[in-house]
Ligand binder design. Structure first.
Ligand code: UN1
Length: 497
């Protein structure tokens, strides 16, 4: 076990303690006695310093040529590759995802660093003809200013990278407030950016809790962009605060993602995808497949194999490379899952496996939970409607594709969905009809790639997308430029050449 780390905030290029001198503990969710480190418990005063530093650094960073900004991101990407294994181990230890998945999380940050570094030489605008002679029209992207980035614990490095990299390449400066459960992974990312030569004040990092450090960041009059990933409840509060001063706001929130399994599907493939989607990251992905809508002709067969596979998952210490599923993130999450198990039973869903915390031996040291499958669920049950964020899945029978689509869409969220079918016509109809920002054919609901837009419809988001070129829209404003070289007054919509 590595010794506990005493960590600091990163403000204006310096590592500093919280103004209050207070710190909070970062605990390994798989082994409670393993104290990973102490991190600064930041308050409004720390945020004030960080935002001021970001504001001061903005002037020079905005004017740094974007390809030069990109060089720093390229360097950061290379350093992430060098440090990947160390960073992945830190992440598995503090967050509890299986080591292989922690490596993938770091890989996502690497991919994003390189992709956005490349945007340093693109950030394409448009040129277009004018309606008047001797007049030139174009659009360029302008940075917005100081960005407040608030990130969750489930993708402790990928999601900070999704927000940091596009913000930086557009010429903004940032203050990052990572989730209190996973400050080490965010620290590792910020450290890489420091080592890659990011100028002082351009990237600032304040650890701490939402109400104490996140809220002042959202409220601060100098933060012009807020990007938040987390629960819909908190997202709504963030939106209300931002509305007051018309801040740019990008929200990524809940999901109740669905896999549709048709009667003609390759069942073996569908089961594999469903197990990965439902129990990967212990079900703690926004994109997790928490509902399986299955054609009644294959319902029994599918559920039998699915339950068998769920029971066979190897659960334990995420640092053990054989382990497929780690613990839940914390006690609160465990209580939430327990609560939903009781709700599901009361609603009359049939518990096919799991439904309890794992105990005995090493399990007593962590927040481990049995993979849980509820069968014969009706679409209106709360376990089939609300985001649980744990290894719990609801199986819902359907009579045909139309009904499956209707059930699939009948939730408030709209992040990811998928269909397993051998029929191209069904695949295309579902592709058109599903109200989700991400859709897969013959693949699970998880596994988004960084060069395509990521985000959800309906109550999952507020119309923005992360990743890909779409992310640049969050962190830049279009400036439309007209250059009149006629040497005379030309009035648009009035003077006809
Ligand atoms: C999330 O669940 O918050 O598509 C992000 C995926 C990952 C990202 C998930 N690449 O599952």
């Amino acid at each position: 076990m590595a010794p506990p780390k005493i960590s600091k905030n990163f403000i204006n290029g310096e590592w500093v303690e919280a103004v209050s001198g207070e710190a909070f503990e970062n605990i390994n969710p798989a082994q409670h006695q393993d104290l990973i480190g102490l991190f600064p418990r930041s308050s409004g005063e720390d945020v004030e310093r960080a935002v001021t530093a970001a504001r001061d650094a903005y002037r020079a960073w905005r004017l740094t040529p974007a390809p030069r900004r990109g060089e720093i991101l390229y360097r950061a990407g290379r350093m992430l590759i060098e440090r990947k294994e160390m960073i992945a181990r830190d992440m598995a230890r503090e967050m509890g995802k299986a080591l292989e998945e922690a490596r993938a999380d770091v890989q996502e940050a690497i991919d994003m660093a390189f992709y956005m570094a490349g945007e340093g030489r693109r950030q394409f605008g448009q040129t277009t003809p004018s309606e008047l002679p001797d007049k030139f029209c174009m659009t360029v992207r302008s940075p917005v200013g100081v960005c407040g980035l608030i990130t969750p614990w489930n993708f402790p490095m990928a999601i900070p990278a999704w927000k940091l990299m596009p913000a930086l390449i557009c010429g903004n400066t940032v203050v990052l407030k990572p989730a209190e459960d996973t400050p080490l992974s965010a620290y590792n990312l910020v450290k890489v950016l420091e080592d890659a030569g990011i100028p002082r004040g351009v990237v600032n990092y304040v650890a701490g809790f939402g109400p104490e450090a996140g809220a002042p960041l959202v409220k601060h009059p100098l933060t012009r962009v807020i990007s938040f990933t987390g629960s819909s409840e908190v997202g709504r509060e963030v939106a209300q605060v931002c509305a007051g001063s018309f801040k740019h706001l990008c929200l990524e929130m809940g999901g109740k993602n669905v896999i549709l399994v048709m009667e003609d599907a390759d069942l073996e493939l569908a089961v594999e995808g469903a197990v990965w989607g439902a129990f990967g990251t212990t079900g703690q992905r926004c994109t997790a497949a928490s509902r399986l809508v299955i054609h009644k002709a294959v319902y029994r067969q599918f559920s039998e194999i699915f339950v068998e596979r769920a029971k066979a998952l190897r659960i334990g210490d995420p640092l053990d490379p054989r382990v497929q599923m780690g613990p839940l993130i914390n006690q609160t999450q465990l209580e939430t899952v327990d609560r939903y198990i009781a709700i599901g039973k009361n609603e009359g869903a049939k518990l096919l496996c799991g439904g309890h915390r794992l105990t005995g031996g090493a399990y007593d040291q962590g927040w481990f939970y049995a993979p849980t499958v509820f069968g014969d669920c009706s679409p209106q049950m709360r376990i089939a409607q609300e985001e649980i964020f744990g290894p719990v899945v609801a199986l819902i029978p359907a009579t045909d594709l139309d009904q499956a689509i209707e059930i699939g869409n009948n939730v408030v969220y709209g992040l990811s969905s998928s269909i397993y079918t051998a029929d191209v016509n069904k695949a295309f109809r579902a592709m058109r009809e599903m109200e989700t920002g991400i859709f897969y054919v013959n693949a699970s609901t998880i596994g988004a790639e960084i060069h395509l837009p990521f985000g959800g419809m309906k109550q999952t988001g507020n119309g923005h997308r992360e990743a890909a070129v779409a992310a640049l829209d969050v962190y830049s404003e279009w400036k439309t430029i007209y250059v009149d070289y006629s040497g005379k007054l030309q009035r648009a919509q009035i003077d006809q050449a």
